[in-house]
Ligand binder design. Structure first.
Ligand code: ME8
Length: 641
């Protein structure tokens, strides 16, 4: 198997600025690039901008500047957008680069010399938005299905590429390589298109109509059709035909695109490659469209999500996670703030964030933050190794959401492992210190595997985790190799205290609600006197009951009953201290991250010199105590009524 891996995004038109759709394709290419680095492959990613053609001329004219100046501006916006999302392409190509122009002309000449380009007359329906001719059958109600505009009839003399000559070859090639175009629905779409006779492709534009393009090497009165020019970026960027990178990475290439440009990539490009004597690409991977709150993104709707917004408002790691987890590759996906917040709180703040901070806080407390010399429990270790295999199988197939589900299966197993093994109980018994060491060792080794597995998707959070686990310094391939060891973290490794990776997103509405003044009791008729031991609704309403999240807990000195808790009551209240008589029933570590029910307007009281502001609710049955907790992860400060 080839040890090199080359992944490409489409090169984006410079007639519009980057948005969520472009960002998605580019993020998943970066995830693939990073994963293959982890897997020890020579991984390489290319993106760039597509700068010739009518559309760019029109956009530049609208701004009153020359096309090149306009292209320079927008291309820079794309180039600058990617690092903001932790995307690190190896190469950024522009179709106005002289190197690219030279390669396009070389390929045109080669294809011309072997008789695959001819001069002829053509009349057809042309969509300027798509930069291509449409057949009547492809139109919907006479309109371009993408731009919903009527194409213009154009008749002119042009050069044509004999695409029809390669129709049978392409059908056979796709049938012989069933995952050449994937997922399957897009392969079927291409095959169904190929059931009709394939027309030759018009590959030139007369300079009388368009000058902003690459001149044909065999006829300077024409420029190259923008798609024939653009597709060649995938080899020109590698320095085709002689470049060292071309030898290294072609044809181990994975093209990633959305379904809008299936035809040029599924039909034009393979036939062009065949004619030019270049090996076919390895795979074409096709994803669906993003909508925002169920609607197409558009400036007029004001719902365009830009890379800046993605990074600033949603956070780089979280947004990368969200798009990979939310969209089933190949199908359409929808981006909504509410859904984002839910995923963030459930998957990142709770499952991953809590596992990490809880485990390292316990390691710090019980072993001074040093990985103990101990065995590991086989079950969780085996699960970790199995998830690594599963992840390694799913990700190269672009099943991002399933690969992440597998990792979250491991995270959930680790959280259950804590509950089942109750390290806080083991810690109380010095005779069980060895067992505690096994549990803590198993947990940190699992955390290491989780950190490595999330790195391709969330490089920032993974780096923090690895740093806190005392595992910095290696390169990505070494991390992955190490994660396959039974114990990737050596005994004696000094860890951090587990900083909060993903502080929860609190809902705006709740903060407002908390501020809302209490309604006064209705004036007028006095209410009937309540029976003894019965309270009125107004009595009940005077109680301010709310959900609190325990963020810190410690035993109060010189008692075995009282515990001092820091409790988050959401905005605007924030943190407060509550002293509770629960220490005989709960360990301090066990309390961190729990949601409790707090009587928030209880008169403050001093207990052992500490001011306690509020009280928590628990059911007490003789010797047993059970804390009252909400049965789902409602945010801190949520009112109880
Ligand atoms: O087609 N959802 O460039 P382009 C998902 N220059 N992906 C989306 C999207 C959405 N709503 N909107 C855009 C071109 N994309 C040509 C390509 S390649 C040789 C030439 C992404 O700027 C997706 O990757 O119109 C789609 O295929 C691409 O942007 C189209 O970018």
């Amino acid at each position: 198997m080839s040890r090199s891996y080359y992944v490409t995004t489409p090169i984006y038109y410079v007639n519009a600025e980057p948005h969520l759709g472009h960002a998605y394709t580019t993020i998943i290419c970066d995830v693939l690039r990073r994963f293959h680095l982890l897997a020890g492959l020579d991984s390489y990613m290319q993106t760039g901008t597509d700068e010739h053609g009518d559309k760019v001329v029109q956009a530049a004219e609208a701004k009153g500047i020359p096309p090149k100046e306009y292209a320079d501006r927008i291309s820079l916006k794309f180039r600058e957008a990617w690092p903001k999302l932790a995307i690190e392409p190896d190469y950024f190509i522009r179709t106005t680069d002289p190197g690219h122009v030279h390669v396009v002309q070389g390929i045109l000449q080669k294809v011309y010399d072997q008789g695959d380009i001819y001069f002829g007359q053509y009349g057809g329906l042309y969509c300027f938005g798509c930069e291509r001719f449409y057949t009547e059958k492809e139109l919907i109600d006479g309109k371009c299905p993408d731009h919903l505009t009527e194409p213009t009839y154009i008749e002119e003399e042009n050069y044509f590429f004999r695409m029809s000559r390669y129709q049978d070859w392409l059908i056979d090639y796709i049938k012989d390589h069933p995952d050449y175009i994937r997922p399957e629905r897009y392969k079927n779409e291409v095959l169904s298109f190929l059931r009709e006779p394939l027309e030759d492709l018009c590959i030139s534009r007369p300079k009388t109509r368009l000058t902003w393009g690459i001149e044909l090497p065999f006829d300077p009165k024409f420029v190259t059709y923008v798609w024939f020019d653009a597709l060649i970026n995938y080899v020109s960027g590698l320095g085709y035909p002689d470049g060292e990178k071309y030898q290294r990475y072609w044809p181990s290439v994975q093209h990633v695109i959305a379904k809008d440009i299936l035809k040029p990539h599924g039909i034009f490009w393979p036939t062009m490659l065949k004619s030019a004597g270049i090996e076919p690409y390895r795979h074409l991977n096709v994803h669906g469209y993003w909508t925002v709150d169920g609607q197409k993104m558009s400036k007029s709707l004001g719902n365009v999500i830009t890379p800046d917004l993605m990074a600033d408002k949603f956070g780089i790691d979280a947004v990368r996670y969200y798009v990979c987890r939310e969209m089933v590759f190949g199908l359409d996906g929808d981006f909504s703030q509410a859904n984002f917040d839910e995923r963030f709180n459930a998957d990142l703040a709770n499952d991953l964030g809590n596992l990490f901070s809880r485990s390292l806080a316990m390691l710090d407390k019980y072993f001074g933050g040093v990985v103990p010399e101990a065995e590991t429990d086989q079950d969780l270790t085996d699960k970790g190794l199995a998830v690594m295999d599963e992840f390694g199988r799913l990700l190269p197939e672009l099943a991002f959401h399933q690969a992440l589900l597998a990792v979250w299966g491991l995270i959930s197993a680790a959280n259950h492992y804590i509950v089942d093994n109750e390290p806080w109980v083991l810690a109380k018994d010095s005779a069980r210190k060895d067992r505690l060491a096994v549990v803590m060792n198993t947990l940190v080794q699992t955390l290491y595997r989780v950190a490595v597995l999330v790195w391709p998707v969330m490089p920032g959070a993974a780096a923090k985790m690895l740093d806190q686990l005392g595992a910095e310094g290696d390169d990505a391939a070494r991390w992955f190799e190490r994660a396959r060891d039974e114990e990737p973290l050596a005994a004696g490794t000094k860890t951090g205290r587990g900083e909060a990776l993903f502080p929860r997103i609190e809902k705006q509405a709740k903060a407002k609600k908390a501020k809302a003044p209490q309604k006064k009791a209705k004036k007028g008729k006095p209410e009937a006197a309540p029976a003894e031991n019965i309270i009125t609704f107004d009595d009940f309403r005077r109680l301010d009951l709310a959900v609190g999240l325990v963020t810190a807990a410690e035993l109060v000195e010189n008692t075995d009953r009282l515990m001092k808790l820091s409790v988050d009551l959401g905005e605007p209240e924030g943190q407060r201290t509550i002293v509770a008589g629960i220490a005989r029933h709960y360990a301090a570590d066990e309390m961190i991250g729990r949601r409790i029910v707090v009587v928030a307007n209880l008169q403050p009281a001093k207990l052992k010199g500490i001011e306690s502001r509020g009280m928590l609710l628990a059911a007490v049955d003789g010797d047993r105590m059970s804390l009252i907790t909400p049965d789902s992860d409602v945010g801190p400060g949520t009112k109880i009524s």
